[in-house]
Design a binder for this molecule. Structure first.
Ligand code: NAD
Length: 463
């Protein structure tokens, strides 16, 4: 029996970060991973898709080079190289995680872990079965793509994110089912590469978690780029041909048959709770996610769950942060506060980008706030005009009573980087006063964040 102070199951951004932090806190730490260190995020999600989208962005920029006085003719791209660069980026970072774990003296077991109850784990690895024990076990087993009955991914005609990020050739036409972050990022990528893209979303707006005004602008921008969008619509049936599928799409407007070469299913995720021995513990699972308290503790003493397997928002940075808090709590660190889900930023790296933190205007009103809303369009921002990227909007939502920044929502150039300014503001419980008296460098896109704050109080200067 190998005994540790803490064992982490799953080596994604939740698990590996938790393991490093535990080791930094002086705990003898082990991590069990059955596939790739870095998890979905690093190997099949956040990182490789950003590499693909970078290629798409360069293609788009070259297409519009003429606007900048630059003539480029004969634009061509090599899909194999685009995909292999993306895989290379994932590979580099995967090795980086292995190095970090080694440097931090975390023992890594490559294999599948099963909880045996009473703080015991059995790992089925390529070197045989190993028994591990600890008073603190952190589950960070992540989530996988949800599949709908009758529209299950088959790896050939119906893709998940995995096939979508490693295409061998470009389909002529593509239907993307689901307009969440995954669906929209792939729709954006394939649209830039010249594929005819249709997005089908069950709810009545694209990017349903985003502020309605921002989502409407995203919808408009995607349509202008040639993406067909059907909201309030569902794929109800699929008929497969040799190299194409016919999707039956039903909406309030009626029934339509859409023939496409490939379909990407991006209808959310389910937690990885099966075959990990949860039945040997008192931990409870609801709708595929492990139930925890605010400190990530499950109903089984000494068993914790963090990241996607512990439920929404299923985002890498939420997983990492939850892991750190969980481990610090186990170590008895003082002055901790539980993760504030209202301060978790959300970013979609489509073209245009979308980013947000906190409450949407509608959600704030539902919660009973009297809100003050500020808006500033990039078309009034000098840097955006100089960049030739002046489409988009920054929107702020303040509590009229206290001046607290309740939420911030953006669409446009580099907003996925800029959102961090508002995240810090929310973390520091900033009011409009501090934001108004913060000096923003000129000329920057982030001046729009200042102006959107000023606008909420009728003080905007440049509009
Ligand atoms: P999601 O839950 O964000 O979006 C799925 C969408 O599919 C929803 O809008 C839902 O209404 C729609 N849908 C469900 N059933 C449908 C049906 N039958 N027909 C049409 N539409 C249907 O999930 P996702 O986009 O698959 O992403 C999974 C997780 O990964 C999410 O938590 C997401 O936030 C995260 N993620 C984040 C990023 C990022 O931060 N950039 C990128 C990728 C994924």
């Amino acid at each position: 029996m190998n005994t540790y102070d803490l064992i982490v199951v799953g080596g994604g951004p939740g698990g590996y970060v938790a393991a490093i932090r535990a080791s930094q806190l002086g705990m003898k730490t082990a991590l069990v991973e059955r596939e790739h260190l870095g998890g979905i995020c690093l190997n099949w999600g956040c990182i490789p898709t950003k590499a693909l989208l970078r290629s798409a962005e360069i293609i788009d920029q070259i297409r519009h080079a003429d606007n900048y006085g630059v003539s480029v003719s004969g634009l061509e791209f090599d899909l194999k190289k685009i995909v292999s660069r993306s895989r290379g980026v994932a590979g580099t970072l995967n090795k980086g995680v292995a190095h970090l774990l080694k440097k931090n003296k975390v023992t890594v077991y490559n294999g599948h872990a099963q909880l045996k109850g009473g703080g015991k784990l059995e790992v089925d690895s390529d070197k045989g079965k190993v028994e591990l024990a600890s008073n603190s076990i952190v589950l960070a087993t992540g989530a996988r793509a949800r599949s709908l009955p009758g529209i299950e991914p088959d790896g050939k005609l119906v893709w998940t994110y995995k096939e979508a990020m490693t295409p061998e050739s470009l389909p002529k036409s593509l239907l993307v089912m689901g307009a969440g972050a995954i669906g929209i990022e792939f729709a954006s990528f394939y649209n830039s590469l010249g594929v005819e893209v249709t997005v089908v979303e069950a709810l009545d707006q694209v990017l349903p978690v985003e502020d309605a005004e921002i989502a409407a602008l995203a919808d408009k921008a995607f349509r202008q780029k040639g993406i067909r969008i059907l909201t309030g619509a569902r794929v109800t049936e699929l008929r497969k041909g040799a190299n194409s599928v016919v999707a039956v799409v039903e909406s309030a407007g009626g029934r339509e048959e859409i023939e496409v070469e490939r379909l990407i299913s991006a209808v959310g995720v389910v937690g990885n709770t099966e075959n990990i021995g949860l039945e040997n513990t008192a931990a409870e699972v609801e709708r595929s996610f492990v139930l925890t308290d605010e400190w990530s503790q499950t109903a089984e003493p000494g068993l914790y769950a963090i990241g996607d397997v512990a439920g929404a928002p299923c985002l890498a940075h939420k997983a990492s942060h939850e892991g750190i808090i969980c481990v610090e709590k186990i170590a008895g660190t003082e002055g901790l506060t539980p993760l504030d889900k209202g301060a978790v930023p959300g970013c979609t790296y489509s073209s245009p980008q979308v980013a947000s933190v906190g409450l949407t205007e509608a959600r704030a009103q539902e919660q009973g706030y009297k809100v003050r809303v500020g808006r500033f369009p990039f078309k009034a921002n000098g840097k955006a005009i100089a960049l030739g990227e002046s489409e988009g909007l920054v929107k702020t939502v303040f509590d009229d009573k206290t001046g607290e920044l309740l939420g911030a929502h953006m669409i446009g150039p580099e907003v996925t980087e800029m959102i961090q300014g508002y995240v810090v503001a929310r973390q520091l419980e900033t009011t409009e006063h501090e934001l108004m008296h913060t000096i923003f460098a000129h000329p920057t896109l982030s001046e729009s964040m200042h102006e959107a704050t000023l606008d909420a109080y009728g003080k905007a200067l440049h509009i």
